[in-house]
Design a binder for this molecule. Sequence first.
Ligand SMILES: *Cc1c(COP(=O)(O)O)cnc(C)c1O
Length: 508
Amino acid sequence: MGSLHENNVYFSSSKVVGEFKPLDPEEFRRQAHQMVDFIADYYKNIENYPVLSQVEPGYLRNRLPETPPYKPEPFDNILRDIQNDIIPGMTHWLSPNFFAFFPATVSSAAFVGEMLCTCFNAVGFNWLASPAATELEMVVMDWLAQLLKLPKSFMFSGSGGGVIQGTTSEAILCALVAARDRALKSLGAAGISKLVAYCSDQTHSTYSKACKLAGIFPCNIRIIPASADSNFALSPVVLRGVIEADVASGLVPLFLCASVGTTSTTAVDPVSQLAKVANEHEVWIHVDAAYGGSACICPEFRHYLDGVERVDSLSLSPHKWLLSYLDCSCLWVKKPDLLVKALNTNPEYLKNKRSELDSVVDYKDWQIGTGKRFKALRLWLIMRSYGVANLQSHIRSDVRMAKMFEGFVKSDPWFEIVVPRTFSLVCFRLNPFKESNPSYVEHLNKKLLDSVNSTGRLYMTHSVAGEVYMLRFAVGATLTEERHVCAAWKLIKESAEALLKRSYYNSV
Ligand SMILES: *Cc1c(COP(=O)(O)O)cnc(C)c1O
């Protein structure tokens, strides 16, 4: 029982706060200006904070009151508490010293686009709910498809189309459900027990989750090992063997998720060859290019999407590497009608002439939820404000900095590259005595990672592929410059020296 009910403070009086206007334009102007200043200062001073938050679990509960206030509080007090209580608990994803996971890239254009999206608060479930929201999304999806040189079959101007989802997870689930329903139409509902889904052991874990959500039997999810010899790409020959064995035992191959840029090491599956195998068995092929796909707007990287004309769907998250803020994940499909057949709803309260005439796109039928934010504004502002030229140079600059870091690693006898670099992720490890046993090297690298991250001066993460523990240095935070990469290397190097010195003396 909180003090709330004892004092009955919430229910004591009906007129304490005066006339309440939650959206007074002048009050909004004042607060929003103040908040913009707060945000600009945060971005300006972001390097002063430890990149990885150093708080302990539960830290915030102790700092905040147990109950919400009954009377309004001044905005200045709230800003003060954001500074004092919230910021210490933030891991600063926008810090130029953030090299963990994949950085989440941002930009002024996307930010103001997001402001506008929030401003309108259009709940664009169908065309009529805000024609501009639907039509702009169709335009930007075709624009981005052109940047990626996708075939017309993925564009509204051709026979396909695209939709902005929240995350890759939703994009894959939607594609999977469309494929499933197409298959069940001829197999009958009981056929679900026969449907088989394929991926490599490097495919993002969200794919197995999507399979589960789509009702694929766990025993029918084939996770095929990808070996270090192929740089962790899925082998078409092995895939063919697995599919043929399934067919021979009476199962029905349904879906293949290929990756262009895996999360662990940015491995690229050979889309064209895999698609050839999958096409023979009418398997739906989805390409997950969440991170790596953005690089394909540059001609020198586009070949990683070769063969995309043979696949059924493709997803790419501009929130990862195309400056767009979370969340923004693009899904293109060749056959929108299959998506719509699987996901459409038609309640009385949403019925309208435009939808009935089938003359419009109703995006509620292309996604999981009904309501839909006007996220296309963000992509539209990004593409218009920067132009393709700047977007390409943004990708190239990150890759150049990653190459530089890779050079540092390669030229240092204590360190080694574990997996060749493809985009702007460097997978490396400390391995000073080449003959050491693997568990010692792993232990050493775990220590190194902890010691570097605990300084708060940078944040990076690790992965394991082919049973090798490695450190991941992912360049791409929007504010990162060469000097940050140089300073990061210096810190890693110094930490390694201190660590080796300590372990040398301890062992003597
Ligand atoms: C990050 C990532 C995902 C997960 O993306 P969400 O948008 O967080 O669902 C999936 N696949 C790959 C290759 C990724 O890098």
